[in-house]
Design a protein. Structure first.
Length: 76
């Protein structure tokens, strides 16, 4: 576990650290998407539906960006 923490802190990209970054992107994307949908469409379609739709569609933009970024950083 100590080497995992060191590789995560040093910026080394391997399977374990990539998985951590992808999970982080999914969680942050879901949170940001749900809050944005609540602000934009909460009054029109209801708060609960806006939160659910935002949490589903939020990571659609975050995860591909993280994957492309990890691939580029691994190749550099």
């Amino acid at each position: 576990m100590e080497s995992f923490g060191q590789s995560l802190a040093s910026g080394e990209i391997n399977f374990a650290t990539g998985a951590v970054w992808i999970v982080t992107a999914v969680l942050l994307g879901a949170g940001a998407g749900s809050l944005s949908a609540l602000k934009l469409a909460g009054k029109d379609i209801g708060n609960e539906l806006a939160l659910m739709m935002g949490s589903v569609f939020g990571p659609l933009g975050a995860v591909p960006g993280i994957l492309i970024g990890l691939i580029v950083l691994k190749l550099i």
